[in-house]
Design a protein around this ligand. Structure first.
Ligand code: FES
Length: 162
């Protein structure tokens, strides 16, 4: 038998969270709460397990394919269990002009990983503009943003992850 999706405490938070969210949406348009509902699930589980997305769809009175459509459209949602640290390196124009590709190569070499491959500890990937062009180059690690990056600064950031 597989493990239950939620602990009792998580289930309580999920249930209360969904109920609170739905207060802000018309009762005949519950599916409009999909983004924050998925966010709630990911906050609780660290990713979006299939049975969790199915539950979200049930609560929002829609079909699970709708949850998948939304979850797979946005890179901030994880439909597979991510590494402990997801490193999103911006490689859009401003960051690229300020050395983002070199930074990406440095991270691959330093962490002995390849960009785009989800590992246990690190998931390094290229990302679109993070609205921090004036302080390029930049990246995000999970939900923390770092800017004006240099190799020295990145080494310090990585050191702090240990
Ligand atoms: S181009 Fe990197 S933050 Fe905009």
């Amino acid at each position: 038998m597989s493990d239950p999706l939620f602990t009792q405490e998580e289930y309580r938070k999920f249930d209360e969270g969904i109920a609170e969210l739905l207060l802000h949406y018309p009762s005949d348009r519950k599916s409009a709460a999909m983004l924050p509902a998925l966010r709630l699930l990911q906050t609780l589980k660290g990713w979006l397990p299939p049975e969790g997305m199915e539950l979200v769809a049930q609560k929002l009175e829609t079909h699970k394919e709708h949850a998948y459509e939304v979850a797979t459209f946005y890179v901030m949602y994880h439909t597979q269990k991510p590494a402990t640290y997801v490193i999103d390196v911006c490689t859009s124009l401003s960051c690229s002009l300020r050395g983002a590709e070199g930074l990406l190569a440095f991270l691959e070499q330093k962490l002995d990983i390849r960009s785009g491959v989800n590992g246990e500890r690190y998931f390094l990937r290229e990302a679109e503009c993070q609205a921090s062009c004036g302080t390029a180059p930049c990246f995000q690690i999970n939900e923390d943003h770092f800017e004006n990056l240099t190799v020295q600064k990145v080494e310090q950031i990585l050191e702090n992850l240990k």
